[in-house]
Design a protein around this ligand. Structure first.
Ligand SMILES: [Zn+2]
Length: 332
């Protein structure tokens, strides 16, 4: 089914994992095939730590204002082409400061890039598990300056199995003082305890969180706290949480009435679009278009925008969804 025009909301998407390989090869004057090999996972990827090495090359170019603007604009265009009507793109400013940019300059460059395209996009600022506490506070304070100017929330990313979620309690206490919503990558490379810590800290959303299905009590805890899961199926296959797509917990999560949203995580690293991800869900798990619509409405409800903006976005979404259904086969 051609779902490129099916309206989509995407909440979990990393800028540095979604850089066009052609852009990296042009800027670094490298062979495109070699660059693709460095940036896209293959079957030799064993786990999240392996997966994260795919960000090394794109990060070498994302150290200047111009390249950040260019890559952000390109990603916004890619999202538009994929039928996205609202996205929250995330990135870790500290990873772009190697050549002297300040965190503020990094954030401003990304804002400039996405603003060049006619599509609704907001930004989530990632703290990193493997950097110093001092650097993470620096990032939070930089991010706070752009709240209501595209920045809508925070996240914690990086090697979850090595740097435990429970170590970051104080950082999220600090963010909570400002009443800014946040999501945390949890229950991806690590288990139930990581999800529990994230919810206790006050996360409204969990990045991945698929290991929730290991514990019925946690399922109840997540529901009681109205937690939304940013599920990224293909990425989970790449990091070997599941051997095959059909083993993924997505259907069980949906049937357990958890709040589920569908995302790509990293369009380049996982070599996937949301259109392709929806098709996999429909073909492998028998999800209906109505199910996918429901997940998009869940995504709107869990987005980090104001209640009025959510209502407007919902109306826009339903209009576009009805138009898609009405056009049927003509959506090609
Ligand atoms: Zn992620």
């Amino acid at each position: 089914m051609n779902l490129s025009k099916f309206p989509k909301i995407e909440l979990h998407l990393h800028l540095d994992g979604s850089v066009r390989p052609s852009t990296v090869s042009n800027i670094l004057n490298l062979n495109k095939k070699d660059v693709e090999k460095e940036m896209i996972v293959d079957t030799s990827c064993n786990d999240l730590n392996d997966y994260l090495t795919k960000f090394d090359l794109p990060l070498t170019i994302l150290q200047t204002k111009n390249n950040l603007i260019k890559v952000s604009e390109e990603l916004a265009n890619d999202l538009k082409k994929d039928g996205i009507i609202y996205a929250e793109i995330r990135f870790a400013p500290i990873l772009h400061t190697n050549n002297g940019l300040s965190c503020e300059e990094v954030i401003e460059a990304v804002i400039e890039g996405i603003s060049m395209v006619d599509i609704k996009i907001n930004l989530i600022i990632c703290l990193m598990r493997n950097v110093s506490e001092e650097d993470n506070y620096k990032v939070i304070n930089a991010g706070l300056k752009y709240i209501n100017n595209k920045v809508v929330g925070f996240d914690l990313a990086g090697a979850e199995a090595i740097y435990k979620t429970s170590n970051f309690k104080e950082l999220f206490k600090y963010i909570s003082k400002y009443n800014i919503p946040f999501t945390i990558h949890a229950g991806e490379a690590d288990g139930i305890d990581s999800i529990k810590s994230a919810i206790e800290f006050g996360a409204k959303r969990i990045g991945h969180g698929v290991r929730i299905m290991d514990d019925v009590n946690m399922i109840k805890y997540a529901k009681d706290n109205n937690i939304t899961f940013e599920v990224c199926p293909t990425s989970n296959i790449d990091t070997k949480i599941y051997k095959e797509y059909k083993e993924h917990a997505i259907k069980k999560m949906y049937e357990n009435n958890l709040n589920i949203t569908i995302n790509t995580d990293n369009r380049t690293v996982s070599n996937i679009t949301l259109t392709e991800e929806y098709n996999k869900l429909i073909n492998i798990f028998n999800f209906s278009l109505e199910d996918i619509k429901n997940m998009n409405i869940t995504a709107i409800n869990a987005s980090f925008i104001s209640d009025i903006d959510k209502e407007n976005l919902k109306q826009e979404y339903i209009l576009k969804y009805n138009k898609f259904i009405k056009n049927g086969e003509n959506n090609e």
